[in-house]
Design a protein around this ligand. Structure first.
Ligand code: ADE
Length: 227
């Protein structure tokens, strides 16, 4: 079974409309919908926004459903000219850009206990997802995806994340899901469609493009399930 986690309904509703033979369970306040998508067994969840909800959801999903892997899907802000609105970012690794014990001499982003800044995504999953995006003719890039408990909307914060992590996209859940998967030895990947510029330059970007971008991720996931 493949686990799929999105943060918001707008990132999941359409995907769920393509599922068959669904069964729903609410655990720890999260609605898990299990069923088949393009003939593959999946369990889906909308975790809510931010790293704590994301971690709670991933751990609960792992304990209750034992998914063979988890894909975190949805939208993200771009951190590179290579990704414009509607393009797809696939994670090679994830980082937490708001994790900071540098006052104690650690590198910015170091996850104490694991002692790493970057947590690698599953190479096979990343490769397959990016291959699907290419087949669909969607502009795509694979690289570091940065998560933090903030909607990035300033040139300063965007530059900080690029400078420290060389990340290609920013969002608010992927690295928390990645950390839970890493600890539980469950392969994971983050797949995000770009919804905004992450620099506050055009405040209309996000509401205007979030639906369209979310649909892009859904189309890609459906194609991935068919492979
Ligand atoms: N999700 C979509 N766009 C984002 C942004 N700019 N910052 C954080 N999360 C996002």
């Amino acid at each position: 079974m493949i686990g799929i986690i999105a943060a918001m309904d707008v990132e999941m509703n359409s995907l769920r409309s393509y599922m068959e033979n669904t069964e729903t369970e609410v655990i720890s306040g999260i609605r898990f919908v299990r069923g088949s998508l393009e003939g593959k067994d999946v369990v889906t969840a909308v975790c809510g926004i931010g790293k704590v909800f994301a971690a709670l959801c991933a751990q609960t999903m792992i304990l209750h459903y034992q998914p063979q892997c988890i894909i975190n899907t949805g939208v993200a802000g771009t951190l590179t000219d290579a990704l414009t609105i509607g393009s797809i970012a696939v994670s090679s690794a994830v980082v937490q850009h708001d994790m900071d014990t540098s006052a104690l001499g650690d590198p910015v982003g170091l996850i104490s206990g694991i002692n790493k800044v970057e947590l690698p995504a599953d190479r096979l999953l990343s490769g397959q997802l990016s291959a699907c995006a290419k087949v669909m003719g969607v502009k795509t890039a694979t690289g570091v995806i940065a998560s933090g408990d903030q909607f990035v909307a300033s040139q300063e914060r965007k530059a900080f994340i690029v400078e420290h992590f060389k990340a290609i996209a920013c969002e608010m859940e992927g690295a928390a899901i990645g950390q839970v998967c890493h600890v539980n030895k469950v392969p994971f990947c983050v797949l995000r469609a770009i919804s905004d510029s992450a620099d506050g330059s055009s405040h209309m970007d996000y509401p205007t493009f979030v639906k369209m971008a979310a649909e892009q991720s859904v189309n890609l996931l459906r194609r991935f399930m068919r492979c």
